[in-house]
Design a binder for this molecule. Structure first.
Ligand SMILES: Cc1cc2nc3c(=O)[nH]c(=O)nc-3n(C[C@H](O)[C@H](O)[C@H](O)COP(=O)(O)O)c2cc1C
Length: 191
């Protein structure tokens, strides 16, 4: 099957995170994001891609801060409410019934009921004609004790972090399943 080049988001599972920010007027905002990735293990920077017209982008530019929240299965409806194009004066926590969670290092609140919270500060913006790449530094990272062991590893079988497979008319929400093979990092180094 030959796909169009701009269907490249259909060929791999994507993460679904909720980015929470506050506006210059103090309004809480939350928006789902799939163009999100940590930049290389074991550094502490993250990358997200944003269309130019996003309240999230405005808020990050203004406050230089954001929180990356990891939603779990069961939060799909809240995710889709946050995806609606509300004007900046609408409190999206209220619209989606999300409870704020006090952050430790940044002013933006996290979202209660999520699995983990990465509090970030803005390091750099890479501006293109149609989009912006945001590089952030994680300044505080926390996971729900119920789903993380002492080494900071997520019990993804129980936690069910939300992902998505994209299609032409919409997306199917997903979560990870263990393939049966565990690999140590040291397998990558043969000497
Ligand atoms: C699962 C999912 C993933 C999304 N990923 C992105 C993304 O990576 N970048 C982006 O600019 N918009 C993305 N969107 C769209 C925004 O979430 C949506 O436009 C939202 O209303 C933006 O809110 P804001 O204007 O309050 O920032 C995604 C939407 C969904 C449902």
């Amino acid at each position: 099957m030959i796909l169009r080049p701009n269907q490249r988001e259909n060929i791999l599972p994507l993460p679904v995170v909720l980015i929470s920010t506050i506006s210059k007027d103090g309004i809480r905002n939350a928006a789902p994001w799939s163009n999100f990735t940590p930049i290389l293990r074991p550094l502490d920077e993250v990358l997200l891609a944003s269309w130019l017209k996003r309240d999230t982008l405005e808020n990050i530019r203004h406050t230089k801060e954001f929180v990356v929240n990891i939603p779990k299965v069961g939060m799909e409806d809240a995710v889709m409410i946050c995806a609606r194009d509300y004007p900046p004066e609408v409190d999206e926590f209220q619209e989606a019934g999300l409870r704020p969670r006090q952050s430790t290092m940044v002013g933006a609140p996290g979202i209660e009921g999520c699995l983990a919270w990465a509090e970030c500060t803005l390091l750099e913006e890479i501006i293109r004609e149609k989009f912006v790449l945001i590089i952030g530094k994680v300044v505080h990272l926390e996971g729900d004790d119920m789903f993380f062991n002492g080494q900071g590893e997520m019990d993804f079988k129980d936690a069910k972090p939300l992902g998505a497979m994209l299609g032409s008319e919409g997306m199917s929400f997903t979560y990870p399943v263990f393939s049966g093979r565990y690999a140590k990092y040291k397998e990558m180094f043969h000497r």
